[in-house]
Ligand binder design. Sequence first.
Ligand code: SAM
Length: 324
Amino acid sequence: MLIDRFNRRIDYLRISVTDKCDLRCTYCIPEGFTEFEKPANWLSFADIERVVGAFARLGVSRFRLTGGEPLLRKNLPELVARLARLPGVQDLSLTTNGTQLTHFAHQLRAAGLNRLNVSLDSLQRECVQTISGKDCFDKVINSLQVARKAGFEQIKINMVPLPGVNTDEIEDMVAFCIANGFILRLIEVMPMGISGRQQPYLNLLELIKNLQPKYHLHESNRDFGGGPAKYWESLDGSFTLGLITPRSQHFCATCNRVRMSVDGTLYLCLGQDQSLALKPLLTANCSNAELETAIKQAIDLKPEKHEFNERPEKIVRIMAKTGG
Ligand code: SAM
């Protein structure tokens, strides 16, 4: 088991398979950003498989593929199939912007992907374009239907409420999720890089005070995937809402995850700099024992908490680099 210095059990690894994205969401990749990792520095599928195998032997059972936009990585279903059959991998999920999902949903499901999170910040075509820089609304909506048909039962919608941009749509998004059986996850924008820092965030603890009586929500103890969200369920079970509140109520004391970027750097916290590069070890064809020792050493570096409120300027890494 991986236990860090603060007695937190680490059982979740998020893996960025590319830092590139076909969208430019205002809070994520800054306009004109060019500092993407060179393909020569990317971990190969074989390397990723080794790292996931090592984490799984150390008791980590949940893995999420993300990015950048993970479906831009060539042959992603092949990676999914390779990871899904590793002993100890119990839950394999993907976060995507949905622009390529129509094409890949069936292949991903057949390859063994369990769950999907799809980012959708608005139900208005123009607003989606304003936030993401592309007219991709129809593609994303269509991809959600295709994903359902492909057999993904649990689909979560990630929405980042941006005051003055899409916060007036939160109840429309609730209705959309109820009508389609999606779980809605609202995420407070984090000050990652200049793009994240420029955005005001909506305090979700304030929001829930209004939503709770209206939708008869109660706090849920059910496990919806081991991530950072606090879940609320409606009394009749027709609606589940996840709130991710790194700004208004940080959840660092229960943090159970670490992230690996496309070049094989383990980041121990979204909002801090501690990291450990695994690629040199993999390139040197290290043994499994050496890889596991390095991972344990990295876990010892995991900081107690982020400082998004105290030092918002601290993290220059954008979310697409660390892997959201
Ligand atoms: N491209 C995929 C997508 O759009 O879902 C996966 C990567 S994206 C970085 C993962 C999630 O991070 C998305 O839901 C996105 O909205 C969120 N995100 C990006 N930058 C963020 C920020 N500064 N604060 C909060 N969430 C952010």
